[in-house]
Design a protein around this ligand. Structure first.
Ligand SMILES: [Ca+2]
Ligand SMILES: [Ca+2]
Ligand SMILES: [Ca+2]
Length: 256
């Protein structure tokens, strides 16, 4: 079907009277076309066979955004907001924000997802007179994620920006089991991926049954943070090997 299509496309008005040169060119194109399709197919198959990366949150829902803010609060003041029906792992996200220190009675801070100023991102904004801690939680609205991460390699945060150093701590919990935690520190103005290999977590969570994932964002006075996504990723080396394995099979098949 595909080969006939190439042939007709090349010679729409003279289908039955090809010169030898035309026929040779047609065969060359058909061969290249078919081989290209085989390679593409092999790569796609390899990708599909890789351990599935899990998207925890792309920070692109809900429509209209989710956010909490504190104005003129005292130390210890907190706000939290839980939303369900979101396009996140488990469908639910909690945003929690708390004042750790204030340097003036006039203070303001906010944490927003997919808001007016943070479309498709998470954004933490602290005024110059305030120091906060912020925590995001995904736990299927306390119902448990029951997610198997044992075939993946690491969490990865796609960090857009932080204007002072920040400690990012990911915790994962198995309900009725353990909790495992890892902290990654950034310098100021870090843009790029932050990787949390599962091998670097301390604690007893069962990777085959993760029920709750949380991300704690601990910066200093007046820190601003934005992130694009939190996902899991397969081991880089195994991804390359699997893709090469697919190509190896293809080459052997062609030579047989
Ligand atoms: Ca802080
Ligand atoms: Ca569970
Ligand atoms: Ca995003």
């Amino acid at each position: 079907m595909a080969n006939r299509f190439v042939d007709l496309a090349l010679y729409p008005r003279n289908d039955s009277h090809h010169s030898q040169e035309q026929n040779n060119n047609t065969m060359k194109i058909i061969t290249q076309y078919s081989f290209g399709r085989l390679i593409t197919g092999a790569l796609l198959t390899s990708m599909a066979d890789l351990p599935a990366a899990v998207v925890v949150d792309q920070f692109n829902s809900p429509d209209g955004g989710q956010g909490v803010s504190i104005s003129n609060g005292i130390v210890g003041t907190s706000q939290n907001d839980v939303r369900t029906g979101l396009t996140v792992l488990g469908g639910s996200r909690e945003v929690f924000l708390q004042l750790e220190a204030i340097y003036d009675a006039a203070n303001f801070c906010s944490a927003n997802v997919n808001g007016v100023t943070s479309t498709d991102e998470f954004s933490l904004a602290n005024g110059s007179n305030v120091d906060t801690v912020c925590k995001l939680t995904w736990d299927a609205n306390s119902g448990g994620l029951n997610t198997n991460l044992s075939l993946d390699y690491a969490f990865s945060i796609l960090n857009v920006h932080n204007d002072t150093p920040v400690a990012y701590t990911i915790s994962m919990q198995t309900f009725g089991g353990g909790t495992s935690t890892q902290t990654v520190n950034t310098g100021l103005n870090y843009t790029g991926n932050l990787t949390f290999p599962f091998s670097g977590f301390a604690g007893g969570a069962n990777l085959a049954d993760i029920d709750s994932i949380s991300l704690n964002i601990e910066g200093g006075r007046s820190v601003d943070v934005s992130m694009d996504a939190l996902v899991t990723v397969p081991e880089p080396a195994s991804a390359v090997l699997a893709a090469l394995g697919g190509l190896g099979l293809l080459v052997r098949r062609r030579r047989a």
